[in-house]
Design a protein around this ligand. Sequence first.
Ligand SMILES: *[C@@H]1O[C@H](CO)[C@@H](O)[C@H](O)[C@H]1NC(C)=O
Ligand SMILES: *[C@@H]1O[C@H](CO)[C@@H](O)[C@H](O)[C@H]1NC(C)=O
Length: 499
Amino acid sequence: MVNTRISVSSSSSSSHVRNRGQPRRPSRYISIYVVLLLASAAVLFLFSQRRIAEVDRKDQSKNWFQATEENLWDSSFGFGYRTCVHRTSKYKAPQVWDRYLTVRSNGGLNQMRTGICDMVAVARILNATLVIPELDKKSFWRDSSTFADIFDELHFIKSLEGDVRILKELPKESAFLPRARKHFSSWASLSYYEEIAQIWKDYRVIHAPKSDSRLANNDLPLDIQRLRCRCLYNALRFSPPIEILGKTLVERLKSRGRYIALHLRFEKDMLSFTGCTYGLTELEAEELRKIRESTSHWKTKNINSTEQRIGGFCPLTPKEVGIFLQALGYGPSTWIYIAAGEIFGSGAHLSSLRSRFPNLVFKDTLATPEELKIFSNHASQAAALDYIISVESDVFVPSYTGNMARAVEGHRRFLGHRRTIVPDRKGLVELFDKFERGELNEGPMSAQLVRRMHKSRQGAPRKRYGPLPGMKGRGRFRTEESFYENPLPECICRRRRLS
Ligand SMILES: *[C@@H]1O[C@H](CO)[C@@H](O)[C@H](O)[C@H]1NC(C)=O
Ligand SMILES: *[C@@H]1O[C@H](CO)[C@@H](O)[C@H](O)[C@H]1NC(C)=O
């Protein structure tokens, strides 16, 4: 089986597919706080199970298409949680040091966003002044945008003032100093960076040529974790033109009613990289194979598409997404915003989704050509629009895992556990294959199965998953749930009871 635990734009970010049932092994230094937290999580779990059971009983009297409205759209998952990103009483104001961290961010938009916030935290740990990161212009997306094109630079600098000093560029007198070029190790710990700080004895500038996943997900001080959240959810907002158009488009969508944002990862790069050719014509499959052959940093060339698909390592096809959403109970008039680049192939793939859900909306059917003009040839800026529309949607559904899906899911959790439905691709493919073999028909029975399969995959609060059980050594970090996919418990806390 091919391991697809590498992202398209960089080899070090994980898009793991895993069995998420096993809680993380508690550290040796387990405190009463953690015990209490686990206990409240258990109570919460029982509580949510009961709710689900009630919903289930109601379901049985309804037919396939008539899932209740709150069943489909409600995000009353709040369960008494709130965001908590304030500094602890131990937090010290940053001191001004004559030391600088310069960074080149790598990857697509969301890999850069999370990487930038990790570098903010690293600058804080290293007691360094951060220089505004340079963005990746060479990734698959080939976007020449600078930091200030995509992000609100001034806001970024100002809102992190109490945490890290940030400058637009190196001060003149430091610009020509020798820099220590340092490839930080992946998922590095606090002690790793404390050791890195030894470099200050010899250098005044450290340059990091990569920013993705350079900081551990877990076992970092609370104040560092919360700084990452303050950075990603408050400081690193998009530049005014992007924010304004994003808001406008969300308003346009909401004026029509509730909508699903579908991250339809049925794009050329993804299909070629994963070797998933199910449902494609031979010609299309051949085109993808050639792209894979000629892309040198994609190491796996021979991929058995059938095995990939059975293993749950393929993005759902547009047709499969249609079956899935219909089985969950969404009616044919549902508005669906397609958050994606160009969908692969002729219109044929998309029309198999459109036949079930005619109200598909795209960037260019929602915005005018003038509004979109500044975004053409700037894939990262266009992706930022998709990000905003996805975070603000009533329901978010990613057809595949990846940096964008993870970042949006985490942000929605942070904003109050807005509903995110993560398809169980392995389970669904098993079901779809039964349809194909004529062993099962699409209908109320299969819809029940699909709903049952996704009862606990709708974005309700839970603690971030640790490494897969049995994983040893550094490899286990790759299997952890990403900090930004679920910043609970550090940045999302139980609301205190009124006494
Ligand atoms: C950063 O500065 C603080 C305060 O002076 C100090 O306690 C800490 O050890 C420094 N950290 C590093 C990595 O040098
Ligand atoms: C791909 O894998 C499937 C299932 O294991 C197998 O039946 C098929 O023969 C394989 N195809 C090729 C071309 O190896």
